[in-house]
Ligand binder design. Structure first.
Ligand SMILES: Cc1ncc(COP(=O)(O)O)c(C=O)c1O
Length: 380
């Protein structure tokens, strides 16, 4: 059986057109973009064209987009530069953010540079709006809110517009980790008040090791990576030109085909949910399966010996998915997200995440495998 890849929130395969764009650039666009002769100028022009495309898809100005090494760097940069350069003294965030946000906050806190405040979440992973407002109003310190647009493990989403407006009304900056939603949802920073957002090419069928940060032009920060004058003096280091061109191509494909891809992904995901419900009892869905990210389904299987080995058994059966359960044993570090949402610790969580390349037939095969793996009477 051909392997089935249902882990598209972890990473996505490269689109053919992206490979072609990158291969072509590797053959012809080898100049150093900082060189002033023809090869350098061609490389510079290609990067600026890529920046223009990214800015266009997000409603940003060209000068507000900076290429980075990916989502991790972009999120580190937003948080640490806001504290270092913009006088942010207090950050309101949540315990279910990606580790690159949580650990950035850990280090800022350890250095005594920021007061860290957690907004209350409901059981599905949504921040409590009233509590956020209360927190925003309860301090005179310069504050930034950092909340991810979609959680990568359970798919719960925030309303970017509403949160941005709330922050604006209360004089706070707003950073959102949009790594899971860029290329999947329309985002228009000309309408949504937002200070920083982050993107990562490998989540939308582009290459790994390249991403970008949007920095609203009201926020003047200094470089995060010191070096040469690349990226308009904001990030030293010779540009990852092949990655940047691949990213721009992947993003254009994602936004040009957004509705069609969304329809396909939603269909496969909803079919998977329906098939699971039809074939298994006593399943729980983490996050917000009705209104969460359409590419993701986080399923908590009832406890059993077989469920404990589910990830491995599925891998052996040719199916790639992610785990992520509450921390129940010393051997398994567990998921900080399921833990924070107080998911049942003895259940086994599997995250299925889909692409427009997946099919209903693949879902049928995976459900059949699950029926073979899980014992009758336990979730069946
Ligand atoms: C929500 C979220 N933020 C940040 C990242 C990190 O992005 P990158 O892999 O580009 O560093 C990921 C990737 O796993 C993610 O899912």
């Amino acid at each position: 059986m051909k392997r089935i890849y249902f882990d598209n929130a972890a990473t996505t395969p490269l689109a053919d057109e992206v490979i072609e764009t990158m291969a072509r650039a590797m053959q012809v666009t080898f100049g150093n973009p900082s060189s002033i002769y023809a090869e350098g100028r061609a490389a510079r022009a290609a990067i600026e064209q890529a920046r223009k495309e990214v800015a266009h898809h997000l409603g940003a100005s060209i000068g507000e987009i900076f290429f980075t090494s990916g989502g991790t760097e972009s999120n580190n940069m937003a948080l640490k530069c806001a504290v270092r350069d913009l006088g942010v003294q207090r950050i309101i965030s949540s315990p279910i953010e990606h580790h690159c946000v949580l650990h950035s906050l850990d280090s800022l806190e350890r250095l005594g540079q920021v007061e860290r405040v957690a907004v209350r979440l409901d059981a599905q992973g949504h921040p409590d709006r009233a509590h956020l407002e209360e927190l925003l109003k309860s301090s005179d310190k310069k504050t930034m809110v950092s909340l991810m647009h979609s959680n990568n493990e359970v798919g719960a989403m925030i309303d970017l517009q509403e949160t941005g407006e709330l922050c604006k009304e209360n004089g706070a900056l707003f950073h959102s980790d949009t790594v899971q939603t860029i290329g999947y949802y329309p985002i228009d920073v000309s309408k949504t008040p937002i200070s920083f957002l982050s993107g990562s090419a490998h989540k939308f069928y582009g290459p790994k090791g390249v991403g970008f940060i949007y920095i609203n032009s009201d926020n003047i920060i200094k470089p995060y990576v010191d070096g040469g004058a690349q990226e308009r003096n904001m990030r030293g280091g010779t540009e990852n030109i092949y990655g940047i061109l691949g990213l721009a191509k992947a993003l254009s494909l994602a936004y040009d085909n957004l509705e069609e891809r969304r329809r396909k992904v939603t269909d496969v995901r909803n079919y998977m949910k329906a098939q699971l419900e039809a074939n298994f009892d006593n399943l729980q869905f983490n996050g917000d399966p009705e209104n969460g990210h359409y590419k993701l389904l986080s399923v908590a299987f009832p406890p059993s010996d077989k469920a404990d080995l589910l990830l491995l058994s599925l891998d052996i059966a040719g199916v790639s998915v992610s785990g992520g359960s509450a921390c129940s044993s010393g051997a398994d570090a567990g998921s900080h997200v399921i833990e924070a949402l107080k998911g049942a610790p003895d259940r086994k969580t599997i995250r299925f995440s889909f692409s427009h390349n997946n099919t209903r037939e693949e879902v049928d095969q995976v459900v059949a495998k699950l029926k073979e793996i899980l014992p009758v009477g336990v979730g069946a």
